[in-house]
Design a protein around this ligand. Structure first.
Ligand SMILES: Cc1cc2nc3c(=O)[nH]c(=O)nc-3n(C[C@H](O)[C@H](O)[C@H](O)COP(=O)(O)OP(=O)(O)OC[C@H]3O[C@@H](n4cnc5c(N)ncnc54)[C@H](O)[C@@H]3O)c2cc1C
Length: 414
């Protein structure tokens, strides 16, 4: 058994753990990241960030690092759908480069690439990044420590603080006894990486609801794009099984709301796809003595909004600021972070609920409500208030944006 010490032990080297490691290492703290994977691979996670996420990367000093991971700035945002012709949809495209100060638009990236770049940047700044760890056991309290195996060798890492950044199924969260409340699944989604999508317009992200699916297209460079389909929760395994990639592309190609669905026929599915139930999970207490949770480990927002990376970067920045504030790392050091996160996640939960009602109600009545909502949006941009946080961030809007009444008004039948 080996025994080492550091200031901060971070379990999980994903976006949250990597973003925190870079900031702490740059400030000169001792940081050790314990990551279970030997190599980052595509796990079908978030690869899109809204303008407020772009601004978060700037605030955390991480934009340049993430841009190295196939980072692609996409200012143009088109909403297609049954309620409008493709021409009308394109004429109404939003320019997201003016929504948030300091953000040139939305940002698409490679998730495994961004994890690698953050880990490399942390290591360049003095962090130790240990890959291939397993059987991680965390002891919090006044003498925090992490015990883990690498190969057959047992190691003990003593730290002043342990950070759980080990994702939605967090073992650290379980070991700390933190429980998440959940909404349960609102919908189901599948994600796929595609190549050869050369006919897709440059710098354009798209979303829409057409027939029985809601879709997202996030292009990167050289014809590569991440696509997602969302559908009703009554058919969880709809796109599962052999040939899923081809069936996802074929579904996109046959949607009637695109100007040219044939661009998807020319594309090739990548090797990985995965489907997930979509919903929210949260806690008001993402910390314990000597330990704190960040990113999905601390609770996650419904991916229909595409906020998880931004949430992770904000978490990492706030926890870094708390640890670098110069005070003692006593039990209350994470209380301001927890309070901010609780309200942030409550607001994003309300936004996800409103977005699901708008985009993922596939009934005939849902379609009529969608038609009515898009007519309202055309007449009054303020009618979008209940879903606006997905682009500009939850703290840029007044409290009434997050009420059930505001969402009811947005999708009310005429
Ligand atoms: C279908 C889907 C679509 C999504 N789309 C978007 C999107 O478009 N935009 C967006 O912003 N977000 C999106 N998200 C959410 C986003 O992917 C997550 O919120 C984000 O990846 C969270 O980052 P994280 O670092 O907290 O967790 P993770 O990305 O899960 O990283 C956790 C890391 O910890 C490691 N780990 C796990 N357990 C251990 C252990 N015991 N010991 C050591 N290491 C461990 C893992 O290997 C991994 O590297 C989506 C999610 C899903 C499911």
């Amino acid at each position: 058994m080996t025994e080492t010490t550091t200031d901060v032990a971070i379990v999980g080297g994903g976006i949250a753990g990597g973003a925190l490691a870079v900031q702490l290492a740059r400030a000169g703290l001792g940081v050790t990241v314990l990551e279970q994977s030997e190599h980052f691979r595509d796990r079908v996670r978030g690869e899109y960030m809204p303008p407020w996420g772009y601004a978060e990367l700037v605030s955390a000093g991480l934009l340049d690092v993430v841009l190295r991971a196939e980072g692609t700035v996409t200012p143009r945002f088109v909403t297609y759908g049954d309620s409008m012709s493709p021409d009308d949809a394109e004429a109404a495209a939003a320019d997201t480069s003016r929504l948030v100060r300091g953000a040139a638009g939305m940002l698409n990236l490679s998730h495994p690439g961004a994890c690698s770049e953050l880990a490399d940047e942390a290591a360049r700044n003095g962090a130790e990044v240990v890959r291939g760890v397993h059987r991680v056991e965390v002891a919090a309290g006044s003498r925090p420590a992490v015990t883990y195996l690498r190969g057959d060798q047992e190691h003990v890492l003593r730290a002043r603080v342990v950070v759980g950044a080990d994702g939605r199924s967090s073992a650290v969260r379980r070991q700390l006894g933190v429980r998440l409340a959940t909404t349960g699944p609102r919908t189901f989604a599948v994600g796929l990486l595609v190549d050869g999508l050369t006919g897709w317009p440059a710098a354009t992200n798209a979303v829409g609801t057409c027939q029985d699916v809601c879709f997202f297209v996030f292009p990167r460079r050289d014809g590569r794009a991440r696509v997602y389909l969302v559908w009703d929760k009554s058919a969880p395994g709809r796109f599962a099984g052999p040939g899923a990639g081809e069936r996802i592309l074929s579904r996109l190609a046959t949607l009637t709301c695109f100007p040219d669905g044939d661009v998807f026929r020319a594309a090739r599915p990548g090797p990985g796809w995965a489907s997930y139930p979509l919903g929210d999970a949260w806690t008001d207490q993402p910390y314990a003595p000597g330990a704190v949770l960040i990113g999905d480990a601390a609770g996650y927002n419904d991916p229909i909004l595409g906020q998880g990376l931004t949430i992770a970067v904000r978490d990492a920045r706030l926890v870094a600021e708390a640890l670098l504030s110069g005070g003692q790392w006593g039990p209350s050091v994470f209380a301001p972070y927890a309070a901010e996160r609780t309200e942030r996640m409550r607001r994003l939960r309300a936004t996800a609920d409103a977005m699901t009602r708008l985009r993922a109600d596939f009934t005939a009545e849902g379609r009529r409500r969608r038609d009515a909502a898009f007519a309202r949006f055309a007449a009054d941009p303020g009618a979008r208030l209940p879903i606006a946080a997905a682009m500009v961030g939850p703290d840029a809007l007044p409290p009434e944006a997050f009420t059930r009444e505001a969402a009811d008004r947005m999708v009310a039948l005429p």
